[in-house]
Design a protein around this ligand. Structure first.
Ligand SMILES: NC(=O)c1ccc[n+]([C@@H]2O[C@H](COP(=O)([O-])OP(=O)(O)OC[C@H]3O[C@@H](n4cnc5c(N)ncnc54)[C@H](O)[C@@H]3O)[C@@H](O)[C@H]2O)c1
Length: 266
């Protein structure tokens, strides 16, 4: 008997990076999975690989900022597998022109909020009634360590992730008695196509040094946490913000800079 046998999961942004890692882990745990992504071809490829190996999965094309598409995504899960137990709101956008507030491109701000915050809210809006029908469920929101700190850039992205943590607490509060749990996971730097695309080798090395552990995490580290939280082993955990970040948030920033300078002087 596998941990998630008989469970049905929808994972947004499931065709790449952290979402893909979660898809593969939940299939391994026995769940039937909806790989929901704006990149339909990539989602189809993931499903092809899973079903070839005997796993249960379907691909759904969705832009999570569009209400009708999110509704269809949840309906596709229920129509195909008869129920919905798990929703992982994971898709997000972190544009490179998300800098300081005086230079803010307001359309970009709205689009970030649309994907990163309205998207998960819509996912919850349509998933919760389905979960209530079967006596409960669990929701994971991929937030970010950036949602907890101030930064010199990523202004809209960070605000959206802080909002997502608030959404998590509201869902946990409003639907705990429906046996629906909702938690935020806060990744630090995770090696995915997005981070490989965005960060230079030098920046990556610097960030690796800022990490308390010897190496940078991968999607499988987040997936392992999702697997635990959505299983019965996580049944007393709700409304929480769980860092999975190599410890990067716990060290004092000034201390890290002083060590960096000292190491280079010696
Ligand atoms: N990788 C990191 O270091 C890191 C750190 C903190 C938080 N996160 C968060 O983890 C999540 C996944 O990031 P990743 O690094 O795996 O990214 P990624 O780019 O590798 O994957 C993101 C996936 O989401 C899909 N997507 C984008 N916009 C969408 C939309 N509007 N509707 C549906 N699908 C959409 C993309 O097609 C892609 O398949 C995001 O929420 C991100 O903010 C990542």
């Amino acid at each position: 008997m596998k941990r998630l046998d008989g469970k049905v999961a929808v994972i947004t942004g499931g065709a790449s990076g952290i979402g893909l890692g979660t898809v593969l882990r939940l299939v391994e745990d026995g769940a039937s999975v909806v790989v929901a992504d704006v990149n339909y071809e990539a989602a189809q490829q993931v499903v092809e690989d899973i079903t070839k190996d005997g796993g249960q999965a379907i691909a759904v094309k969705v832009d999570v900022s569009v209400e009708a598409e999110v509704k269809d995504m949840i309906e596709a899960a229920v129509k195909t597998y008869g129920r919905l137990d798990i929703l992982h709101n994971n898709a997000a956008w972190g544009p490179i022109n998300d800098k300081e507030i005086p230079d803010m491109d307001v359309e970009m701000w709205d689009r970030v909020m649309g994907i990163n915050l309205r998207g998960p809210m819509l996912g919850c809006k349509y998933a919760i009634p389905e979960m209530i029908k079967i006596g409960g469920g669990t929701i994971i929101n991929t937030a970010s360590a950036n949602g907890k700190v101030g930064d010199y850039e990523r202004t809209a992205y960070s605000a959206s992730k802080a909002g997502l943590m608030s959404l998590t607490r509201s869902v946990a509060t409003q639907h705990g008695k429906d046996n629906i749990r909702c938690n935020s996971i806060l990744p630090g730097l995770i090696l995915t196509p997005a981070t490989k695309r965005k960060f230079s080798k030098e920046l990556m090395e610097l960030m690796e040094e800022g990490n308390l552990l010897p190496s940078i995490g991968g999607p499988e580290d987040i997936a392992a946490l999702v697997s635990f939280l959505v299983s019965d082993e996580g049944k007393y955990i709700t409304g929480q913000e769980i860092n999975c970040d190599g410890g990067v948030l716990v060290r004092a920033g000034a201390g890290a800079i002083m060590k960096y300078v000292r190491d280079r002087q010696n």
